[in-house]
Ligand binder design. Structure first.
Ligand SMILES: [Zn+2]
Length: 59
């Protein structure tokens, strides 16, 4: 999957390979300055759409 398409999926659904391959993109765009946390998976991201069950971080 291309990075652009991958970004339309919540990072919760990314496979291990996708994470490994796109680690730079992930760290620069998705996980930097997180504002949401996934209440199901415990992952954090800047945008709600990046998580499957996003909850706003309380800070
Ligand atoms: Zn999730």
């Amino acid at each position: 999957m291309s990075p652009a398409n991958l970004l339309k999926e919540p990072i919760c659904k990314w496979g291990r390979k996708a994470i490994e391959k796109n680690l730079e993109l992930l760290s620069a765009d998705v996980v930097a300055a997180p504002r949401f946390i996934c209440s199901k998976c415990g992952r954090a991201a800047a945008q709600k759409k990046n998580l499957c069950k996003a909850k706003k971080l309380p800070y």
